[in-house]
Design a protein around this ligand. Structure first.
Ligand code: ZN
Length: 241
C-alpha cells in the first residue's frame, strides 16, 4: 500500500520514499506526493532520483488499488531509497483549477439548480459537465463568470477534513451539498476526505486544492457544448495563464 501524502498536504513538492516493487516501466513506492490520475484530475509528473540517477515520471496511475509511477527510464531496483520531486507549476495549476471547479459547481447548483455529473482537471484547461443544462448563452456565461469570480475574491479558507463515511454523508446531506457522486465510492472506503470551502461549499474529494480562494485569482469561462442527455460541458481557464 502506498501512503498518499497529498491527502493531508497538498503543498508537498518533494519527499523521500522506498521502492516496494519494480515493474517493466514502473515502480511502486511506500509513500508518494504524486497525485495519481483519478477523480477527473490528471496525474502529476516529475522526477525520481536515487542520488546517482534521475528518472522522469511521465504519469502516475492507480491500477487495482496500486499506485504505479510510470517512468521514462529504467526503473529503480526494489528497496532503493528514492527522492521524489513533482512538477510544481503543473500541479499548482491543477490545485487552482480544482478548487475553482468546486466553486463553479456550487454556484451553478445554487443559482441554476444543476448538478455536476463529470469533470476534467488538467493544468491547461479544465471542464465540468452539468445537468440538466440545455441552454448556456452569453448572458448566462457572463453572469456565472462574474458570480464565481466575486466569490473567489472573498479570500475563503479551504479546509480538508477526514470524516467517517456515515458522518460525512449526513453532514453533506444536511447542508444541501451534492451527494450524488458518493454512491460511486466503494463501501470499503470507511473514511471520507471532505473539502470545505468556508461556508460556501463542501464535497467529498481526493483531489489537490489550494488553501485559500485568493490563490486562484479569476477564472474565464470559455466554450460550452451539449454532450447529450441534457448535459452541458463548460470549459474554463485561469485568467492569468
Ligand atoms: Zn473535487
Amino acid at each position: 500500500m502506498t501512503e498518499l501524502l497529498h491527502m493531508k498536504d497538498n503543498y508537498l513538492r518533494e519527499f523521500d520514499a522506498q521502492v516496494l516493487e519494480t515493474g517493466v516501466d514502473y515502480v511502486i513506492l511506500n509513500c508518494t506526493a504524486f497525485y495519481p490520475e483519478g477523480g477527473g484530475q490528471s496525474s502529476d509528473t516529475g522526477f525520481l532520483s536515487d542520488g546517482s540517477r534521475e528518472v522522469r515520471v511521465k504519469s502516475v496511475k492507480k491500477i487495482e488499488g496500486r499506485i504505479h509511477h510510470v517512468l521514462e527510464g529504467s526503473p529503480f531496483s526494489e528497496g532503493s531509497k528514492i527522492h521524489g520531486q513533482i512538477d510544481w507549476d503543473s500541479r499548482y495549476k491543477c490545485m487552482r483549477f480544482h478548487t475553482a471547479q468546486h466553486v463553479l459547481s456550487r454556484y451553478l447548483q445554487l443559482n441554476y439548480g444543476v448538478e455536476t455529473v463529470g469533470n476534467s482537471i488538467s493544468p491547461n484547461e479544465s471542464r465540468a459537465d452539468y445537468a440538466p443544462l440545455e441552454l448556456f448563452d452569453d448572458e448566462m456565461k457572463r453572469e456565472v463568470e462574474a458570480g464565481v469570480n466575486s466569490i473567489l475574491k472573498d479570500n475563503i479558507d479551504v479546509q480538508i477534513l477526514f470524516m467517517p463515511r456515515d458522518e460525512a454523508i449526513s453532514f453533506l446531506n444536511e447542508k444541501g451539498y451534492q451527494t450524488r457522486y458518493l454512491e460511486m465510492v466503494p463501501k470499503s472506503v470507511r473514511e471520507f476526505r471532505v473539502l470545505v470551502i468556508g461556508d460556501y461549499d463542501a464535497a467529498s474529494c481526493a483531489g489537490t486544492h489550494v488553501a485559500n480562494t485568493r490563490e486562484i485569482g479569476e477564472i474565464r469561462i470559455g466554450k460550452s457544448k451539449n454532450v447529450g442527455a441534457g448535459k452541458r460541458r463548460i470549459y474554463f481557464t485561469l485568467a492569468d495563464s
